[in-house]
Write a new protein. Structure first.
Length: 265
């Protein structure tokens, strides 16, 4: 047998030799099954979590609106602490719910938690920078805290957005009057009366006329206040002071007695 024949025999021997198989143990099978089950469970969890997240995103705004509506109803009946809880839930479900922050701020203001109210009005303005209602509500809250400069800044900002906001002139008039500028306050209250000739604007202008010693014009404004609100004592008290200053002692006495009667009811 030649060298070539011997090489062929070796090649045939290797080709015909059986393959060596590595045995698979029961533990390997179990481990593989566990991996498959774990992968399936993970996939199922991810699908369920995604579905739950999508569902939550779809229903949270609805629940937020329900809580907001409940808060508004409670606020209208002056149940401030309960209203605050409803608005709490609304903003927790919908963190960009500007109206809920605004109304919660009003509830805080009604509950004399003025600093909390300012924080909510500020959050409203972060979400809606041109919200004049939030600006005026915050200005009013600043007035409560006697932060008159901040009140002036907010009313100025509101007027820059809408120059015909009577409430902005009323609030700014109150702020600048407290800062000592009575004549400028009179200008603001006069503008407020032009835009909205209501009892409060007339009363504030009349009170400012009194501070300036102009009781004739003050008396005219208090006449209008009493014509609109004949059952409110402050108008009679204020008119009594101007009548007394103008020498009408009988009229002053009559107004004072009327005011005392209304105030005691």
């Amino acid at each position: 047998m030649g060298v070539a024949d011997r090489a062929d025999e070796k090649t045939k021997g290797r080709a015909s030799s059986p393959l060596v198989l590595i045995p698979v143990t029961a533990e390997d099978v179990a481990r593989r099954k566990r991996r498959i089950v774990a992968a399936c469970l993970l996939a199922a969890f991810l699908i369920a979590a995604s579905a739950g997240w999508l569902y939550k995103r779809s229903v949270d705004p609805l629940h937020a609106q329900e809580s907001y509506d409940a808060g508004v109803r409670l606020l209208k009946t002056a149940r401030y602490s309960h209203a605050i809880l409803s608005f709490d839930r609304a903003v927790a479900l919908k963190p960009d719910f500007a109206d809920a922050f605004l109304m919660r701020g009003r509830a805080y203001a009604g509950d004399t938690k003025t600093e909390h109210a300012i924080a909510d009005f500020t959050k409203t303005l972060e979400l809606r920078p041109n919200d004049t209602s939030a600006l005026l509500d915050r200005a009013s809250a600043y007035l409560e805290l006697k932060d008159f400069q901040s009140a002036v800044l907010d009313t100025n900002r509101a007027m820059a957005i809408d120059a015909k906001l009577a409430e902005a002139y009323n609030l700014r008039g109150a702020a600048v009057r407290s800062l000592g500028d009575t004549k400028e306050a009179l200008n603001d209250f006069s503008r407020a009366v032009e835009l909205a000739p209501n009892a409060d604007n007339y009363f504030q202008r009349g009170a400012t006329y009194q501070m300036l010693g102009d009781h004739k014009h003050a008396l005219a404004d208090f006449d209008r206040v009493i014509a609109v609100n004949p059952a409110d004592a402050p108008g009679y008290f204020a008119r009594a002071r101007s009548r007394r200053a103008l020498g009408d002692l009988s009229g002053a006495r009559s107004d004072y007695q009327k005011a005392r009667y209304l105030d005691s009811r």
